[in-house]
Design a protein around this ligand. Structure first.
Ligand SMILES: Nc1ncnc2c1ncn2[C@@H]1O[C@H](COP(=O)(O)OP(=O)(O)O)[C@@H](O)[C@H]1O
Ligand SMILES: Cc1ncc(COP(=O)(O)O)c(N)n1
Length: 512
């Protein structure tokens, strides 16, 4: 298959031309927040502050405690709670403010942090592998690490690293927290403010508090400790039947990232390997149709899937093979993203495959998600405004899918990004602010994959598409310029609250 074409005269649909990257407004760059300052070990500074800290009632790690505390002088005033509050810079007693020699605790979100592993007074806390037992109880961390695929060098630390966000995601459940955390000694260590996910809540809705990925991780941790799991150990599964994008921004790479970030295990049936970067596609190697079908059979037969999506299908034989296997097996709700070309205008579907797409695949689809050029290609209708989106949705619905979503990324640019959803009766609009960025590589895959992930978790189509739209909007806000051309949408906004723990120590091995 030719990787690039030049317009209608050579068969390549010029509808797939996107506005040139350079013509768009500058990228919206978002960093992961202020860099974490890392300094030298502050043992000396910590030791200088010891008297004040001891007055404040801090529980000090043994390694910075130079000598046992002196016995109290007879008649000396017993430390009262107010002293502790004052020393920590909180309210209490008459004089609010830090005790002499104890630095004021930085405000939440003030962006200041001490050296890694140090609390607000500059005292090093014990390293994670010595603290982790408070989170996961003693022993068993090795198995937890094994289950979670984490490094074995510091299993408890690794388990703690995973457990902490899981606990945070669980919100309430004081007993559950206590069970895992154990008894806390000393004051609560300072935690820096969490980075707010970019774009989250743009539509007044947040992703669910009870994040399925984290609940599941916690479930596995508990199972490894022999404690009854909080939720089932196996996450929902979804399958993508799609091409590989060597640049990683679109295709199955984008699908897998999105699946994970939406709480499902992703499986793949690879249809083609593309040689692709941020500037375009320079090569395509198709996978034989029977091998594509065999991948679907293997995944569905053994692992099982709650929902399936298609992306780049490359050729009519591959479409036929996928249609055959989807008819035979239970692939769950079936989302067809009728990918015809890349955003750079490189063809990803042979022109003679359009008919197979219309007649074999669309009738099987729970939801089909064309962009405006694809909708035009499939229906022959111009799709240049909202009315055109609705008309195309009606025409596509007549081809057999249960739902049609005509996306608005290429429609009325400069206005909000509005997608039109149609089920044969209702016409619904999903509206989001349009982000001024040229880095929109993978938007369509991201939307379809997120929607598929939510379908795999049992949501209905409207709810799944709403969340898919919410996800892709945040991902466009989080997009970044990787390469000289169009950069990919970003997924890091979903994982930025990884705890600022130190990784486990790498110590010389005594074995061998
Ligand atoms: N600049 C943008 N800002 C916000 N949302 C966008 C932007 N560009 C595309 N989208 C959204 O991303 C999704 C994919 O749209 P579209 O670009 O039309 O598909 P494709 O990537 O298949 O060409 C749609 O929900 C669309 O509204
Ligand atoms: C393998 C593969 N699948 C899909 C796309 C479409 O993504 P985009 O429209 O963002 O280029 C792509 N470029 N490559």
């Amino acid at each position: 298959m030719p990787a690039e074409g030049e317009g209608d005269d050579d068969g390549r649909p010029d509808e797939h031309e996107r506005p040139a990257v350079g013509r768009q407004r500058g990228p919206v760059r978002r960093g992961p927040g202020a860099p974490v300052p890392r300094g030298p070990h502050r043992r000396d500074a910590a030791a200088r502050r010891l008297p004040a800290l001891r007055r404040a009632g801090h529980a000090l790690p043994a390694r910075v405690r130079p000598r046992p505390a002196r016995p109290r002088r007879p008649g000396a005033r017993r430390a009262v709670r107010g002293d502790v509050r004052r020393a920590r810079g909180g309210r209490g007693g008459r004089r609010a403010g830090p005790a002499r020699g104890v630095p004021r605790r930085p405000r939440r979100g003030a962006g200041r942090r001490g050296p890694a592993g140090a609390d607000h007074a500059g005292v090093r806390r014990p390293p994670p592998h010595r603290r982790a037992h408070r989170l996961v109880g003693g022993g068993g961390g090795g198995r937890a690490a094994l289950l979670l695929g984490l490094p074995r060098g510091g299993p408890r630390a690794a388990a703690a690293v995973v457990a902490r966000p899981a606990l945070r995601a669980l919100g309430g459940g004081v007993r559950r927290r206590r069970l895992l955390r154990g008894r806390r000694r000393g004051p609560r260590p300072h935690r820096p403010a969490r980075a707010r996910p970019a774009g989250a809540g743009a539509h007044g809705e947040r992703l669910p508090h009870l994040d399925p990925v984290r609940v599941d991780v916690l479930g596995r941790l508990l199972a490894a400790r022999g404690v009854a799991a909080v939720s089932g150990g196996v996450p929902p599964r979804a399958l993508t039947v799609a091409g590989s994008d060597s640049g990683g921004g679109a295709g199955l790479q984008c699908d897998l990232r999105t699946f994970l970030c939406c709480g499902v295990h992703g499986a793949t049936a690879v249809t083609a390997v593309t040689v692709q970067d941020s500037r375009g596609v320079t090569g395509v190697h198709e996978v034989p149709a029977d091998v594509v079908a065999a991948q679907v059979e293997a995944v569905v037969g053994d692992i099982g899937v709650g929902a399936t999506k298609t992306g780049m299908l490359a050729s009519a034989p591959i479409i036929e093979a996928v249609a055959d296997v989807v008819e035979r097996l239970d692939v769950g709700p079936f989302v067809v993203d009728p990918v015809c070309a890349s955003m750079h205008g490189s063809r990803l579907l042979r022109p003679d495959a359009l008919d197979a797409l219309r007649t074999r695949l669309l009738p099987l689809a729970t939801l089909v998600t064309p962009n405006a050029p694809e909708a035009r290609l499939l229906t022959g209708l111009p799709v240049t405004d909202r009315a055109g989106q609705v008309e195309a949705a009606r025409a596509l619905h007549a081809l057999g899918p249960r739902w049609v979503l005509v996306k608005g990324g290429h429609v009325a640019e400069g206005e909000p990004a509005v997608d039109v959803l149609f089920d044969g009766e209702r016409v619904l609009e999903l509206r989001a602010p349009r982000v001024a960025t040229p880095h929109t590589h993978g938007t369509g895959d991201c939307l379809a994959a997120a929607t598929t992930a939510w379908l795999a978790q049992g949501l209905d189509v409207v709810e799944a598409v709403r969340r898919g739209k919410q996800y892709v909007t945040a991902a466009v806000v989080d997009a970044y310029p990787a390469g000289a051309g169009a950069g990919p949408v970003g997924h890091r906004w979903r994982v930025r609250d990884w705890p600022a723990e130190e990784p486990p120590a790498a110590v010389p091995s005594t074995a061998g």
